[in-house]
Write a protein that binds this ligand. Structure first.
Ligand code: URA
Length: 214
């Protein structure tokens, strides 16, 4: 895969020297504090019905962050995003794209499972600062939204997901690459084909993007 350009972010030094190690320890501690804050949150009614809040899965220095909608039953039980059937589909796609574990992160707009898996917009507004803080911390080079609610949350001006999916939204920093939700890809052959098609578009765009400057 084409190498992406180095980030020009304000990340702490990654070197192995004492300063790099200290910065890296402080960074992990700050992520840990944010994760604990999310796990303890009771700001909306979902806090009372969840088993646990679902924070994040993946690298703390990801190139790509995949943003889903909300935890389902398996995620609520295990405390990790995308560990059920749609997670298996997503993980397979990530492997096919050639990303290793160190390159990606996975999270959701909502941190708690909504009853009957019905996306809760009011809860999403309350939960929003957590999403923003996670993304500001992780500083991915691209955000891949999965499904309509993630796209609407992160790019409210975007067309509906079926028009937007498979095409980068490069006016954003970082750019957003919308995809349909992996659960949708399991619903019919037509949607599975759309998923495969849009992933191929993402792979091409990512490879080309490696030669440009963000
Ligand atoms: N669907 C999502 O959007 N997120 C998950 O974590 C699982 C299923």
């Amino acid at each position: 895969m084409t190498r992406a350009p180095p980030s020009t972010s304000s990340r702490p030094p990654k070197g192995r020297g004492p300063a790099g190690r200290l910065a890296s320890t402080a960074r992990s501690a700050s992520w840990q504090r944010l994760s604990e804050e999310i796990q303890a949150c009771r700001r909306c009614p979902l806090g009372a019905v969840r088993i646990q809040a679902v924070v994040y899965r993946g690298s703390l220095r990801p190139k790509v962050v995949f943003v889903g909608e909300a935890p389902g039953a398996e995620e609520d039980r295990l405390g990790l995003p995308f560990v059920g059937r749609s997670g298996a589909r997503l993980d397979a796609a990530i492997r096919e794209l050639g990303f290793g574990d160190g390159s990606v992160g996975i999270l959701n707009v909502l941190k708690c499972r909504p009853p009957a898996n019905r996306f809760d917009r009011a809860a999403a507004r309350t939960c929003r600062p957590f999403l923003d803080r996670q993304l500001a911390f992780l500083e991915p080079q691209v955000i891949v939204t999965l499904g309509a609610h993630a796209l609407e949350a992160l790019d409210p001006g975007a067309p509906r997901v079926m028009s937007a999916a498979g095409r980068p939204r490069e006016g954003r920093r970082p750019p957003i690459f919308p995809l349909i939700h992996p659960a949708a890809a399991m619903r019919s052959r037509r949607w599975a084909e759309r998923w495969t098609h849009d992933l191929a578009a993402f792979r091409r765009w990512w490879a080309e993007r490696g030669t440009r400057t963000l």
